[in-house]
Write a protein that binds this ligand. Structure first.
Ligand code: NOJ
Length: 444
């Protein structure tokens, strides 16, 4: 499965060409760094040609590579280079919608969701207005859950399903070993387009799509992994494990970094997880304020506590690029904002600081304002590496153990993890815990 998954936001990771945009050769040039970090899997943000209305999440061709990032050969080389180091490559699959520049939108309009009039109260996530836009050529409205330039595909259409089976095979044949599935909970909508949020997302028919994709994945050895971006409440998460290998836990990410909030989420997740499935934990991504800011408020010890938790809970862990350094949100002035969302997501997408001076980035697409936390002299990086290495010591399962107030203790098989979730010194079973300190204790 995923193990430690490292999420690369390609545009901001490493620029090999000097144009201020990260690219695939840039990632390939940093495979040593990633190997030393100890990760198992690289999840790449969308690599495909895109007009970038939503920075790659508006795909114009599912089988090609965006010229900004390199070529198909570059991607093949990255897959091979990573594979030689035991690192898997996952791509970001965007099956809910395409770009309105995708040839399908003109040549295969029946692939999209149309209506003669605005049929319901569904709202666009980005505009907050009706999720329907009038198309003057077809003289009908089409559905767009996101921007009007991202028309939703009609997953009731058998041809759409066939197209994606082929897209999956195309990438599995090239050596891709998994997909993160964008808007996994929202692919299929109520066939009758009834009003109400519950008819727009988290529909029961969505699971059949994933069942079918597992059949496709089952044609390959080892079977590739399917991880869903599942924005659903905790009690809805187990349903997605019927056919997904991993379902992303957003209630965990969205909680405050607070014992009384997080522990019940972990306990419920573990208790409800279907047999044989594993959870996946993360505190940052390209859509949310980085955990070094949102959870830790810049406090390095608190950030280490968050890393400890994510990396010692059972299952897979995702680090968003920079989490390993305690990288905080960047500062992006109003005139540099490029994102469509409000509030904009640019602060969590700023370039990765490789050096103290930041000279590796010439006129980057988003500003690199602060390089005080960088890969060259980060004090957190050795901590993260060590923790990833020590994951091997941990046993299976999760069981909450009795502990003092403010301390989170849990058994991982024969091993005990203790995390001080306070800014004061604490104690567990005779071991002294500094503020926010986590310890892996041998079995007693
Ligand atoms: C979720 C992606 O992570 C986000 O960046 C994007 O804007 C939406 N899905 C729409 O594709």
């Amino acid at each position: 499965m995923g193990g430690v998954v490292y999420q690369v936001y390609i545009r901001s990771f490493a620029d090999s060409g000097g144009d201020g945009i990260g690219d695939l050769p840039g990632i390939a040039a940093h495979l040593d760094y990633l190997t030393q970090l100890g990760i198992d899997t690289l999840w790449l943000s969308p690599v495909h040609p895109s007009p970038n209305v939503d920075w790659g999440y508006d795909v114009a061709d599912y089988r090609a590579v965006h010229a900004d990032y390199g070529t198909l050969d570059d991607l093949d080389a990255l897959i091979a280079g990573a594979g030689a180091r035991g690192i898997d490559i996952w791509l970001d699959l965007v099956p809910n919608h395409t770009s309105d520049r995708h040839p399908w939108f003109r040549d295969r309009p029946e692939y999209y969701v149309w209506s003669e009039r605005i049929p319901n109260d569904w709202k666009s996530v980005f505009t907050g207005e009706a999720a329907w836009r009038f198309d003057s050529t077809r003289r009908q409205f089409y559905l767009h859950q996101f921007t009007p330039e991202q028309p939703d595909l009609d997953w009731w259409n058998a041809s759409v399903r066939n197209e994606f089976d082929d897209i999956l095979r195309y990438w599995f044949d090239r050596g891709v070993t998994g997909f993160r599935i964008d808007v996994a909970h929202g692919l299929i909508k109520d066939r009758r387009l009834r009003s109400g949020e519950k008819y727009m997302r988290d529909r029961p028919e969505v699971h059949e799509i994933f069942r079918r994709w597992q059949e496709v994945a089952g044609e390959y050895i080892p079977k590739p992994t399917l991880m869903g971006e599942t924005y659903v409440p905790l009690e809805r998460l187990p349903a997605y494990y019927a056919h997904l290998d991993l379902a992303q836990n957003f209630p965990f990410l969205k909680a405050d970094f607070d014992l009384d909030e997080l522990r019940p989420i972990v306990e419920t997740t573990m208790a409800e997880l279907p047999k044989g499935r594993e959870p996946v934990w993360f505190g940052s991504n390209h859509d949310h304020s980085r955990m070094a800011t949102r959870w830790a408020g810049g406090d390095e010890r608190k950030h280490e506590a968050a890393l400890f938790l994510i990396l010692t809970l059972p299952g897979s862990a995702i680090l968003y690029q920079g989490d390993e350094l305690g990288l905080e949100d960047g500062t992006v002035s109003k005139d540099r904002i490029l994102d469509v969302a409000d509030p904009p997501r640019d602060p969590e997408r700023t370039p990765f600081p490789w050096t103290r001076g930041g000279d590796e980035w010439q006129s980057p697409w988003l500003p690199l304002a602060d390089t005080s936390r960088n890969a060259e002299d980060s004090s957190i990086l050795p901590y993260t590496r060590d923790l990833i290495a020590r994951r091997r010591e941990l046993g299976d399962g999760y069981r909450t153990l009795p502990s003092a107030r403010g301390v989170w203790a849990y058994a991982r098989g024969e091993t005990t993890c203790v995390l001080n979730m306070t800014g004061d010194t604490a104690e567990h079973d005779g071991a002294i815990l500094q503020p926010w300190q986590g310890l892996i204790l041998p079995s007693s």
